[in-house]
Design a protein around this ligand. Sequence first.
Ligand SMILES: Nc1ncnc2c1ncn2[C@@H]1O[C@H](COP(=O)(O)OP(=O)(O)O)[C@@H](O)[C@H]1O
Ligand SMILES: O=P(O)(O)OC[C@H]1O[C@](O)(COP(=O)(O)O)[C@@H](O)[C@@H]1O
Length: 319
Amino acid sequence: MKKIGVLTSGGDAPGMNAAIRAVVRTAIYHGFEVAGVYRGYQGLIEGDIENLNITSVGDIIHRGGTMLRTARCLDFKTDEGFNKGLQMLRMFKVDSLVVIGGDGSFNGAKRLAEAGFPTIGIPGTIDNDLAYTDYTLGFDTALTTVVSAIGNIRDTSSSHGTVNIIEVMGRNCGDIALYGGLAGGAEAVIIPELDTDVDELCRTIIRGKKRGKLHSIILLAEGVGKPYELAEQIKSKTSSDVKVSVIGYLQRGGTPTPNDRILGSRMGAHAVELLMEGQYGKAVGIKGNQMIALDFDEALNMKKDYDKGIYELARILAI
Ligand SMILES: Nc1ncnc2c1ncn2[C@@H]1O[C@H](COP(=O)(O)OP(=O)(O)O)[C@@H](O)[C@H]1O
Ligand SMILES: O=P(O)(O)OC[C@H]1O[C@](O)(COP(=O)(O)O)[C@@H](O)[C@@H]1O
């Protein structure tokens, strides 16, 4: 093995740059060459590949997004696109690859590994929707942005006495809403993993108002959706003025938190160490602050569930 490739795929996530930097510098430190693949699997198919050196990854650790850019690429799911990608790796003399992305990206990486191409995955997605790892890259930064937004909206909620629904990202996973709600002191958290009793929610809002609570913040995960319909229901059942804020892409970018920079650095270095040991077809993760690596199949087959203890705590603290 002489040249290690690195690519980012799927949605960007703060901390991806720290992981790219760690892959490049750890590999060079151990005497390897490194190639950067731009625009995920799309760039791979098109041969958008360039050698990277120590300087190429300078001044990026503090930046959101990904210096390698990213893409969602349907072609890579076809045999033709996949084979083209494999051919490009051979043409650019890349003999192993680190893929930074979410479960979709890992499926592509798994296929490469099954075709005999040494591939390692690093979980890069703000959603925290991968069960095998305690945290994915970008989750902590997204949470920080969400909690800051809750603080700002809470000011207005208190001043005007409004009920404020805040929709956050996470695809089918409620983690950003759940942990954001707990950290932001929300009155309610609505996640796709659980059915919500709107009547019960309205009773909580009315109870809060009766005891003089000025603000009412409801964290809604995008996997549940329909924030404006929910607003109408709450309005009619509580006679409150209900406002909706959809945070959207604000929570996907921005300066990565120290935790995401540290996690990206550790995961990038670990990915290279695994390749040096001849291990591949694995997803790097973190469990109890230790680096772990599971076979792609095992990692992808683990079902993510929400933390019932955290949900219950958020509910109790919102009485
Ligand atoms: N079954 C698959 N085989 C090959 N490539 C895949 C497969 N599933 C997803 N991919 C690739 O991974 C990319 C990113 O997946 P996506 O689900 O959009 O984001 P994420 O990796 O963040 O979950 C897709 O656009 C596609 O190029
Ligand atoms: O960028 P897009 O294609 O609009 O996708 C939005 C989705 O990307 C995310 O921000 C991150 O998800 P991925 O990691 O799968 O890219 C989700 O929370 C959201 O549902």
